[in-house]
Design a protein around this ligand. Sequence first.
Ligand SMILES: NC(=O)c1ccc[n+]([C@@H]2O[C@H](COP(=O)([O-])OP(=O)(O)OC[C@H]3O[C@@H](n4cnc5c(N)ncnc54)[C@H](OP(=O)(O)O)[C@@H]3O)[C@@H](O)[C@H]2O)c1
Length: 267
Amino acid sequence: MPSYLVILTGANGGLGKAIAQSWISLPVSGPISLHLVLVGRSKKALDSLKEELIATQSDFQMELTVSTVSDVDLSQVDELDEHWGRIKRATLNKPYDKQYFILNAGSLGDLSKPISGYTTKSIQTYMDVNVVSTLALTSHFLRHCQETGFKGKGYLINISSLLAIQPFPYWGTYAVGKAARDMIMATVAKEVREDQVRSLSYAPGPLDGLMQEAVRTSLGDLEQQSTYQKMHQEGKLVTCKDSATKLIHLLLEDAFASGSHVDYFDE
Ligand SMILES: NC(=O)c1ccc[n+]([C@@H]2O[C@H](COP(=O)([O-])OP(=O)(O)OC[C@H]3O[C@@H](n4cnc5c(N)ncnc54)[C@H](OP(=O)(O)O)[C@@H]3O)[C@@H](O)[C@H]2O)c1
């Protein structure tokens, strides 16, 4: 029976939760075992998601187990190694045929200011949460795959954004962070053989959730703010469920170029 491990950061949030829900609704064509490791800050929310996933999962062909790793605040970079240790233990250190690490957690930063309004402290905090943690956890995951002798193929997935490849005013820290995360995935694709680890940056589209709500109310560029408000009013935002489903299909088809940036709207 094929065995999959999925480690997911930001599991409590809009897209993260939808990704977890999509994994347990996989179109299964035979028996599989799936071990989900949900990583986040709030223990209460993670426990309730775990309960929901176990209660909803109905396909008798899927052997599902779920672990949670709470109190993982990615701004506390001094604790990242310790957090990884807890994540690693939660994987149960078993050999899996495929091991997915989905780096979904991310923050918006302050969109009310252009670059000339930034403070050094705010830049540092933003980069810690969104870039330093991504690079450090990627490094840990690659070593973990090496230690297990690449017995199962590894997949590193960065949740990216259009902002990683296209600049817009007032999105400075966010765009820099997403571009850096894309480059981490691209570099992994150059450093590690594809039959060992494959990497992907997935831009999920403008999602109908809390992050977009913050964009609509806090973006300092009023022209863009009204564009986002219009998209919301006209129902043009993407649902987290649709975007998560697209990501899972991309991963299962396994046809993407390793290290590439793929957008929800790509054919
Ligand atoms: N929303 C969009 O339109 C959009 C578009 C393109 C890309 N994205 C990307 O998609 C991903 C998910 O976004 P979303 O829309 O689902 O937003 P969300 O609902 O705000 O979720 C963000 C997740 O990141 C976690 N997070 C934020 N700061 C953290 C920290 N310091 N330590 C640990 N976890 C932290 C949050 O944890 P808590 O639950 O504990 O708060 C939450 O689970 C992000 O990487 C985002 O940049 C979103």
